[in-house]
Write a protein that binds this ligand. Sequence first.
Ligand SMILES: Cc1cc2nc3c(=O)[nH]c(=O)nc-3n(C[C@H](O)[C@H](O)[C@H](O)COP(=O)(O)OP(=O)(O)OC[C@H]3O[C@@H](n4cnc5c(N)ncnc54)[C@H](O)[C@@H]3O)c2cc1C
Length: 297
Amino acid sequence: MKPPRFDYLQPETVDEAVAALAEYGSEAKILAGGQSLIPLLNMRLATPAALVDLNRVQGLAGIEATPSGLVTGSLVRQAALLAWAKAQPAWRVLAEAISHIGHPQTRNAGTVGGSLVHADPSAELPLLFVTLGGRAEVEGPSGRRAVEAQDFFQFLFTTALSPQEVLTAIHWHALPPRGGAAFAEFSRRRGDFAVVAAAAVVRVDEEHRISGARLGFSGMGPVPQLVEIEPYLAGGAWSAEGAASALAELVAGLDPPGDLAASPEQRRRLARVLGADVLARAYQRAVAVSDSDREGR
Ligand SMILES: Cc1cc2nc3c(=O)[nH]c(=O)nc-3n(C[C@H](O)[C@H](O)[C@H](O)COP(=O)(O)OP(=O)(O)OC[C@H]3O[C@@H](n4cnc5c(N)ncnc54)[C@H](O)[C@@H]3O)c2cc1C
């Protein structure tokens, strides 16, 4: 099908984009990589009066590592961030996650910001954003504001942004000292959206005891779900049995959807398996970082 008619605007600055959105009220949509929006237009599931194309706006495509983390412009292509992260040992978890997003063609066009604002409940980058932590920079008619990662996703395909706001940049928290992270997902075919995905961050002390842990899932609810794994693991050495029993309890408390891809019970089982995998690998990576820090001293 062809999309309905719409006005097409090509602002060259964020201010112009905000003004264009304001002109149309909630009837305009931002166009970034178009990998989610264009299919919705073609299927007439979205019928905006205007598209505000961000692709000519300068300054939204930077990737910058800082001491506290990573700042990516909203228009950074998923493929560009994947290529960058593959060469950065500290950010390998980003490469691990992005390599599961769609196909090379979709990653060449699809943007980091578009993936976050689209807020698909199975998407990889929203899960990482919530698990690593960070904040989004947003500009709208009332100026700039920051939205913390845990407040960004509100419901299925719904974020804290108003229709008149532009996501300009994403700040991703760096891993903690002596920290490791890992990502895994199950999808029915390579390139499909995940049925369930899991991401973990684990921190260890100098004796390799776990001193912090974060674990998140996508595909287990309307938004990425963080579970309170830390109290179960902190203070001890890694124990696969301990992690399995913590996961059994925590995952039983989630209320995943059932659909053609998987029943709620199949999703819970996947979450237990993937959760154990990412926790174990994040722990191993944290231990490796801790040991190499010690050798470097
Ligand atoms: C075949 C195929 C397979 C795919 N597989 C996956 C997958 O496995 N995992 C996955 O996560 N995604 C997948 N996708 C989706 C892909 O990652 C999209 O690129 C992404 O969801 C949206 O990014 P985009 O830049 O294309 O945004 P667009 O499609 O241009 O926009 C998406 C939405 O975000 C809004 N938006 C975009 N940028 C901004 C901004 N800066 N500020 C405010 N609003 C904004 C738009 O208005 C729109 O509502 C797939 C897509 C295709 C076509």
